[in-house]
Ligand binder design. Structure first.
Ligand code: FES
Length: 624
């Protein structure tokens, strides 16, 4: 699919040079830039267009480039960054739409204060000399220390970490006034001189697209600071399948992805600590939620079995690791707890979301939908919980659409009909930010608006007589031009093509069929409430989702609640109060996974769900 970003103004991009012996990624890194890799360098998305000026030794155009670039672009030197190789110095122009931005929307902070009963506690010991005469069964310095703690606090101390024993072995160390960080299961994980009462923990939500960290006071139960960033692993592809493929295809793939996510987490640790005015020695525990692939990669386990049928994670519960084992910039023995997982695609993030929402103790059946590059759906009540997952693909997060981008500054995130009937849009970012592309919530709105305005028929074909619908000279059939080239920051128009619509139809059908399967399994024809979460899930207009058939009308009639960061809230709950970890384990035990692909009716139902619904069946919702 070619697009027509034909006349970009050089002001809407960045010029860089490539020096002799330097690769393109090295040159962009030297300039502190990164080029989009929505498809993981596979030549599929066409989003990494750059212009190569003054190149003497560029490799010939690949098939992927022939497919994505039109003759005008090729003439002016446009190439796909993931395809071209340069063996001599050159000058490049990178349009702003091709630049990867670290800007993140979707995992903002939240304020909460929970009852604190953490897994770790700080214990204080005053200075005390070792008695000159001791007697008993087994005598040791640590035995003497443990006995003092037992007498003073009632806590049975376990001193088994090599680092802790090593610290205590120094002359006089066991006699000093000290603060012990005691983990209920791991034993003492840190020793500090003197009295240090402040005790904090970090909860991480490791998303395929976004990383978020929440710094919590383990004494008051308050979230003190938070930070988020794009997951640096996105440089090898936007979805978990690309990440798994990278681990399998590259010799150092797993280590590389592990290193990238750890680097991202360390950045968030620094940000959180700086904004709370704390040092790393204040952090006593870490809790991680993530989908099974993200958790496994972070723990250093190859995720290959998640990528092939029957899509199995290595284990349903990664054992506790330490900050040192993971490479986190914290005290080395600091314990890191991973939320358990249910299946290859229902992970600790979903359990965290169910925990935070309270779906598991409701009397009536409710639905929780977490939508990103994968959709996780949980339905149930206090008696039973059912879950399934569906490959919604990157289209709903704006990737792999002809003009798609993540929900970052410059993304069209809302599309609507103006009072005069024309189609308007809203752009993420400061006032005056010019549009660069369209993100997931924007495409849902765009198609719903077109459908309601008569620009799109139930099969997904654009009406050629609708204003803005034009023949797609570079693609197939028609396209709807949302932004003319003159209004776009990157100089090209922003359009919704037939191929984009087909991609969206596949994604929305997967989700709608998943919900329908769960309703069958639970034996209901509606739900008492629906919760939408996830960086994308909580941000789209649910009415638009109903108009497009992404959400069946029967699940929204009793109320829809978008809830940002439910997985992150669940992680915070598990960090601050240990009873929530037990509850997450109970939820894990209670959830039954439903596999749709093996059902004989799946193909038929999926095909039917690709159509856009009859608007006459939705009048009560649309008029509300
Ligand atoms: S085409 Fe180059 S990253 Fe997708």
């Amino acid at each position: 699919m070619k697009d027509n970003r034909n006349n970009p103004s050089d002001a809407d991009g960045v010029r860089i040079d490539i020096q002799a012996g330097e690769t393109l990624p090295q040159a962009t890194a030297r300039h502190g830039l990164s080029i989009r890799k929505d498809c993981g360098d596979k030549g599929v998305c066409g989003q990494c267009r750059i212009r190569v000026d003054d190149a003497r030794d560029a490799t010939p155009l690949t098939d992927a480039e022939q497919q994505h670039l039109d003759s005008g672009e090729i003439e002016r030197g446009f190439r796909l960054a993931c395809q071209v190789r340069l063996s001599s110095p050159a000058r490049l122009w990178i349009p702003s739409a091709a630049l990867d931005t670290a800007d993140v929307h979707g995992k903002e902070s939240f304020a909460c204060q929970l009852e604190a009963d953490p897994m770790v506690a700080r214990l204080f010991l005053e200075r005390s000399a070792v008695p000159l005469v001791m007697e008993g069964k087994t005598l040791s310095l640590t035995g003497w220390l443990a006995e003092r703690v037992r007498e003073e606090t009632g806590v049975h101390l376990r001193l088994r970490h090599h680092r802790i024993l090593s610290a205590l072995s120094a002359p006089e160390a066991a006699s000093q006034a000290m603060t012990l960080v005691n983990h209920a299961q791991q034993g003492v994980t840190a020793i500090w001189p003197g009295r240090r009462p402040a005790s904090y923990g970090l909860a991480f939500d490791i998303g395929t697209t976004t990383l978020a960290a929440y710094l919590c006071d383990l004494v008051t139960g308050e979230v003190r600071a938070s930070a988020s960033a794009v997951n640096p692993q996105r440089t090898v592809g936007e979805d978990v399948i690309s990440r798994i493929a990278h681990c399998s295809q590259e010799t150092e793939g797993l280590d590389q992805l592990r290193g990238l996510v750890v680097e991202g987490m360390n950045g968030l640790i620094r940000n959180c600590l700086a904004s709370a005015g704390l040092k790393a020695d204040a952090v006593d525990e870490v809790v991680v939620v993530g989908n099974p692939t993200m958790e496994q990669i972070l723990a250093g386990f190859h995720p290959h079995a998640i990528g092939v049928a029957p899509y199995l994670p290595l284990t349903s519960h990664i054992p506790d690791l330490t900050a040192e084992e993971l490479g986190l910039d914290l005290y080395p023995a600091t314990a890191v707890y991973f939320f358990p997982v249910v299946s290859g695609f229902i992970g600790g993030d979903t359990l965290g979301a169910v925990l935070a929402d309270g779906l598991f103790h409701g009397e009536k059946t409710a639905l929780l939908v977490d939508i990103g590059t994968n959709g996780e759906i949980v339905m149930g009540n206090k008696d039973a919980l059912w879950a399934t997952s569906c490959a919604t693909g990157p289209a709903l997060e704006g990737a792999q659409l002809s003009c798609g981008m993540r929900a970052a500054a410059g993304a069209i995130d809302r599309v609507f009909r103006e009072p005069g009937g024309t189609i308007g849009y809203h752009v993420l970012g400061k006032n005056g930010t010019r549009p660069k592309g369209i993100c997931g919530s924007g495409i849902v709105d765009a198609l719903a608006t077109l459908r309601q305005a008569g620009g799109l028929d139930p099969s997904g074909r654009l009406n050629p007589d609708f204003p803005g619908v034009e023949t797609d000279d570079n693609g197939v059939g028609h396209k709807f031009v949302l932004v003319r080239a003159s209004e776009n920051a990157s100089g090209g128009e922003i359009a919704v093509t037939l191929k984009d619509i087909r991609q969206f139809q596949l994604a929305k059908a997967a989700l709608a069929v998943g919900i329908a399967f769960l309703m069958d399994r639970v034996g209901v024809d509606g739900v008492s409430r629906t919760v939408l979460t996830g960086a994308f899930g909580a941000r789209f207009n649910w009415r638009s989702a109903v108009v497009t058939g992404m959400l069946p009308a029967v699940v929204v009639r009793n109320g829809v609640a978008p809830k940002l960061n439910l997985a992150g809230v669940g992680a915070v709950m598990g960090l601050v109060n240990r009873c929530h970890r037990d509850r997450a384990l109970e939820i894990q035990d209670q959830i039954r996974f439903v596999e749709m692909a093996g059902d004989p009716s799946f193909i038929e139902r999926f095909t039917a769900a690709t159509a856009f619904p009859d608007l006459n069946t939705l009048t009560d919702l649309l008029d509300a």
